[in-house]
Design a binder for this molecule. Structure first.
Ligand code: COA
Ligand code: AMP
Length: 634
């Protein structure tokens, strides 16, 4: 009998990837089986299940309707902000999706066309994604907290035929009109979509633009249900934009076949979830966690997935998560540590937890940012279930390191997301691409090929894909995280090696924010760094050097830059503080010493950089930081 300990499953996945993933692929419905499990004829572009034909929506819905789950709940929509709960069985969701696929097809959407989905956390967002998959169209979901400008950049890159949106979203008790943002984005974009389909919400219906906008309900009424369209396993399922080192986001592509195989496999092997159980990822469909674990993986596996339109606190209180778990009998939950920090702050003794029946609840998974041991232990103590930190990225689509509970539960070491999962050959290398000694810090990289369901390329940017991820460490995928591996093979993820910061589990580019600040007419030079924050992990902080002769009030200028970031990038950037300084600390070659500034801001010890141009500047920086509440203890 095959051994099911982590070590042997992991070893087999690397020694015989084709056998390993070929077996996993037997659990998937194929119209035509693959010619080759792993096509490596065009390295470094690897293709999984080349020649195979599948449909993602069929595997998510129709297969279960046909195999006895027609009346099982597929999706539970729980929205404290609208006081609504609605359940869709697999049959009902399949029918909604087939109808919406028909509505999209009626607007000329077919295989390969792009559709942008800019929606709040409503069932329509899931329906729109699955309807695209049904047609073989490529969806690109844009998170609602981004501003019009960010949406416009994505429209220009993806060139969608249709945009699906809603009239508004709801943030705790504030209605956010989406339609004006959509209109502004379309105005800004060079590539206009032919049509928009707008879901009208009663809290703030939108005015529709005649000739361009269609009402969701009317489009659904007029639609003829559409069947699943077979696509190649290697055809794109979606594009998900994520922050890069500049303001220009990267369009991560996910394919169809490898994605179904890998995600279905993870449900049982990583999350230890059986079909029929209720699984809840408290994230947003705009992020990768939402794509993989609100929508696709739980449905591939025949689970009931929860779509939660609310927050961990404030909707209405710090007991919101426990209410959802008890009301919908959730077995396994997945969220970001920041959500738990928010709950812990409001309910340090876990009083709300005691008020709910959590008897169905078995496991909590955390990801999206480093899990600080305090928060993790608080959750373990108050919930009495295993709390599993796991590490992954938008690019990888599923976890790189995790405690694979469906294979073998390994001992937890706080501060580590455990060991690499099957398929992920994680190494730590130095700047010369040589593996470092056990315990030494270096760049965390993954030996190619990456497993299925990960990262074939960037949308229309093969060169940028190579340049950003594969060129620096030949033979490896660069995660852009730094860390080390200990003597037991446990991985520790310490920090990013680029200028990405992580704010409340949301990934943001400080370079992108600097581009916005630099556009202020009074700003000559600027820098943005991520400073530590108890709740959100990190927060962005801006430094502004003004042009000679500018004598306006500094506070006003700083506030204007704050407004600009909100306007250009969006509220999700959480850019609230900027300070004016006379000059920025730099090396003699002119590189801004952002790392040193961050250490001063966080009150950490720092070494005087040997190459610093003028050490006195660091004192000026410390004074400015104290003025905005940072650099305590320096
Ligand atoms: N549409 C419009 N605005 C949005 C938005 C959306 N979909 N999502 C967030 N925003 C706004 C918020 O209202 C807030 O605006 P404000 O500056 O006017 O207050 C701003 O963007 C920042 O949002 P956020 O970082 O979410 O902060 P918050 O204070 O509203 O909530 C947490 C903090 C910790 C409760 C929240 O971030 C959270 O629940 N995070 C954990 C789950 C998660 O989403 N993880 C992502 C990856 S797994
Ligand atoms: P995103 O692409 O938005 O999912 O962000 C990915 C980044 O978040 C990673 O590169 C890490 O920097 C960070 N991250 C995600 N999960 C973890 C984790 N479990 N531990 C440490 N960092 C994490």
């Amino acid at each position: 009998m095959e051994r099911r300990d982590h070590e042997s499953v992991f070893t087999r996945s690397l020694q015989d990837p084709e056998g390993f993933w070929g077996e996993a692929a037997e659990a998937v419905h194929w119209y035509k089986k693959w010619d080759k499990v792993l096509d490596d004829s065009n390295k470094p572009f690897y293709r999984w299940f080349a020649g195979g034909e599948v449909n993602t929506c069929y595997n998510a819905l129709d297969l279960h309707v046909e195999n006895g789950r027609a009346n099982q709940p597929a999706l539970v929509y729980d929205s404290p902000v609208t006081e609504t709960t609605k359940t869709f069985t697999y049959r009902e969701l399949r029918d909604e999706v087939a109808a919406f696929a028909g509505a999209l097809a009626a607007q000329g959407v077919s295989k390969g066309d792009r559709v942008i989905v800019y929606m709040p956390m409503v069932p329509g967002a899931v329906v729109a994604m699955l309807a695209c998959a049904r047609l073989g169209a490529v969806h690109s979901v844009v998170f609602g907290g981004f501003a019009a400008n960010e949406l416009a950049v994505r429209i220009d890159d993806a060139k969608p035929k249709v945009i699906v949106s809603a009239s508004c979203g709801i943030e705790v008790n504030r209605v956010i009109p989406y339609k004006p943002l959509l209109d502004e984005a379309i105005d800004l974009a060079k590539n206009k979509p032919e049509k928009c389909i707008i879901l009208q919400r009663p809290m703030e219906p939108a005015e529709l633009t005649p000739g361009r906008d269609l009402d969701w309900d009317e489009a659904m009424r007029a639609a003829t249900p559409h069947d699943c369209v077979p696509v190649l396993a290697t055809d794109p399922l979606y594009i998900l934009y994520t922050s890069g080192t500049t303001g220009e986001p990267k369009g991560v592509v996910r394919d169809n076949g490898g994605h179904i195989v890998a995600l279905k496999w993870t449900m049982k092997n990583i999350y230890g979830v059986e079909p029929g159980e209720v699984y809840w990822a408290a994230s947003d469909v705009g992020w990768v966690v939402g794509h993989s674990y609100i929508v696709y993986a739980p449905l591939f596996n025949g689970n009931t997935t929860v779509l939660y339109e609310g927050k961990p606190v404030g909707t209405p209180n710090a007991g919101a998560f426990w209410r959802v778990i008890s009301e919908h009998k959730v077995s396994v939950m997945f969220t970001a540590p920041t959500a738990f920090r928010a709950i812990k702050k409001e309910d340090p003794d876990g009083e709300f937890i005691k008020k709910y029946d959590l008897s169905t609840f078995r496991l909590l998974f955390l990801a999206g940012e480093r899990s600080d041991p305090d928060t993790l232990q608080w959750a373990e103590h108050h919930l009495g279930v295993p709390v599993i930190d796991h590490w992954w990225q938008t690019e990888t689509g599923w976890s790189i390191c995790a405690n694979c509970l469906g294979i073998e539960q390994l001992p937890v070491k706080h501060g580590s997301p455990t060991r690499p999962v099957p398929g992920m050959d994680v190494r730590v290398v130095d700047a010369d691409n040589r593996e470092v000694k056990t315990g030494d810090i270096g760049a965390l990289v993954i030996k190619l090929p990456l497993p299925p369901g990960t990262f074939p390329t960037l949308w229309n940017a093969d060169d940028r894909f190579i340049e950003s991820y594969l060129a620096e460490f030949p033979g490896y995928y660069k995660t852009a995280d730094a860390g080390y591996i200990d003597e037991d093979g446990y991985v520790y993820v310490m920090s990013r090696t680029d200028d990405i910061i992580n704010v409340a589990g949301h990934r943001l580019s400080t370079g992108g924010m600097e581009e916005v600040l630099a556009a202020h007419p009074d700003v000559a030079e600027c820098a943005v760094i991520g400073v530590g924050d108890e709740l959100k992990g990190q927060l962005p902080l801006g430094f502004l050097v003004l042009k000679a002769g500018v004598d306006r009030d500094h506070a006003n200028i700083a506030q204007e830059t704050v407004n600009m970031v909100r306007q250009k990038i969006g509220p999700v950037a959480a850019f609230k503080t900027a300070t004016v300084v006379k000059r920025l600390p730099k090396t003699r070659s002119g590189k801004i010493l952002r790392g040193t500034m961050q250490k001063i801001a966080d009150g950490q010890e720092y070494k005087m950089p040997a190459t610093i141009d003028d050490p006195a500047i660091l004192d000026e920086i410390a004074v400015a930081l104290k003025g905005v509440g940072y650099a305590k203890g320096t």
